[in-house]
Design a binder for this molecule. Structure first.
Ligand SMILES: [Zn+2]
Ligand SMILES: [Zn+2]
Length: 427
């Protein structure tokens, strides 16, 4: 192994090779207050315990893609990759200036208010804090003051300072793959279904699901009863069991279920009960505004929770015993999936309470570009082109499929369902 191991690639140069994140992970810390609340990703604790050479060999191996993975990643990337400016590893412009003359990366600077006490270090809520006027008025934070009660927060908050660079940094060029290789890696799939966003405002517990038809992909972030006080109503375990998910999907349909706390077990139990098999698990690693791991105790009794879990399951045909292998190569529905494009880790910044990263939609859409897609327990920020969103905080329903609109009107004549036409541009 040692003879073939590629040169050691330090973690601090981790490439943004994952399709699901365009942000560079900050691996080093130079800001003096960083020790207060937010630590950075580092392997130094590992180095202290294990043989350094072995760790380096392993790290080198893990940092290299296989040829097929690399080709799939290139083939699957967006047609027009957006330019982006990586975040400077010195975090602040003043810290950076002590080391570099010119830096084209993005920096943060502390916001100093009359009540700020820099010796306290970072606010652990950063740009989600209601105690700084700039963020308290952020409509995306939703209603009411947060945990700090709307009082002026004396900890440090940060804002992005515009880059001094006039030219954005483009992702590294990759030569386009020949069409024939591209098609072999990513089967050309006819994308069906409407491209508009649709949503239905309803009570998920009592809605008549027989109106909806079937969906290739369902994603759900249920308000599990995890014995915590939450700002929204929860579903009992029995209400979850009664959800008629299997009737909403064809055989081998994909279910993506967010689980936390005791729902990590309950979610798996329901997946079996509904006739599905868990085939993967995606982890969302949460970062804060400064792109550092969130480490301070917001959740978790034993360990501070820095990640969330999304179980991926497939609906088994009735005649497929749960312990039999999944026929990835022989079932047409499974062969049509674009597997092997994304990784099972998404690194993304936290937003409002329980809001999940948009990158996950990209992962699911790349995995299964075809077919209709449904989101359960969605809120307004979840509404998305190509998806039908169900939830009880969505306002007036909007439908683009005329047959679905007709069924809804007939079943719920008292409720408004706004029909849009497929060629209408969505805001
Ligand atoms: Zn810099
Ligand atoms: Zn604060």
């Amino acid at each position: 192994m040692q003879a073939t191991a590629p040169p050691f690639v330090p973690s601090s140069t981790t490439r943004p090779s994952d399709l699901s994140t365009t942000k560079e992970i900050i691996m080093t810390t130079s800001f003096p207050s960083a020790s207060n609340a937010n630590h950075t990703v580092t392997s130094s604790t590992v180095h202290g315990v294990y043989d350094l050479k072995l760790v380096r060999d392993l790290e080198g191996l893990l940092n290299v893609e296989t040829a097929q993975t690399r080709l799939r990643r290139i083939a699957g990337r967006a047609q027009n990759p957006k330019p982006f400016n990586p975040i400077c590893s010195y975090t602040t412009l003043s810290a950076c200036k002590q080391h570099r003359q010119n830096c084209e990366k993005v920096h943060y600077e502390p916001i100093i208010r009359p009540w700020t006490d820099p010796s306290l270090g970072y606010c652990s809520y950063l740009n989600l804090c209601y105690g700084d006027p700039m963020f308290a008025s952020n409509p995306s934070l939703g209603d009411g003051p947060g945990p700090r009660g709307g009082k002026e927060c004396r900890y440090l908050h940060f804002q992005v300072v515009p880059t001094t660079s006039s030219h954005p940094i483009h992702p590294p060029d990759q030569p386009p793959l020949p069409k024939i290789i591209r098609e072999r890696l990513l089967p050309n799939i006819e994308v069906k279904g409407v491209s508009e966003a649709q949503w239905i405002h309803c009570d998920i517990r009592s809605f008549d699901y027989s109106l909806l038809g079937q969906f290739q992909v369902i994603v759900a972030d249920p308000p599990w009863d995890i014995h915590m006080s939450l700002p929204y109503g929860t579903m009992t375990d029995d209400e979850m069991r009664r959800l008629p998910l299997p009737s909403l999907q064809p055989d081998w349909g994909i279910l993506a279920l967010w689980v936390t706390g005791r729902a990590m077990e309950l979610g798996r139990e329901l997946i079996s009960l509904w006739g599905y098999k868990r085939v993967d698990e995606l982890v969302w690693v949460k970062t804060n505004q400064l792109q550092r791991l969130i480490r301070t105790g917001r959740t978790g009794h034993w360990l501070n929770h820095t990640c969330e879990h999304l179980l991926l399951a497939v609906k088994l045909p009735p005649d497929h015993p749960p312990n039999f292998p999944i026929p990835w190569q022989t079932s047409p529905a499974l062969r049509a999936l674009r597997r092997g494009v994304d990784t099972d880790v998404v690194v993304a910044e936290v937003r409002e309470t329980s809001r999940k990263p948009d990158e996950v939609y990209g992962v699911l859409e790349r995995l299964a570009p075809h077919g209709r897609k449904l989101e359960l327990f969605g809120r307004k920020h979840n509404i998305r082109p190509g998806w039908l969103t169900l939830g009880n905080q969505l306002g007036e329903s909007q439908i683009a499929e005329p047959d679905l609109h007709a069924r809804l009107r007939q079943r719920y004549p008292q409720q408004p369902f706004h029909l849009i036409h497929s060629d209408v541009d969505m805001k």
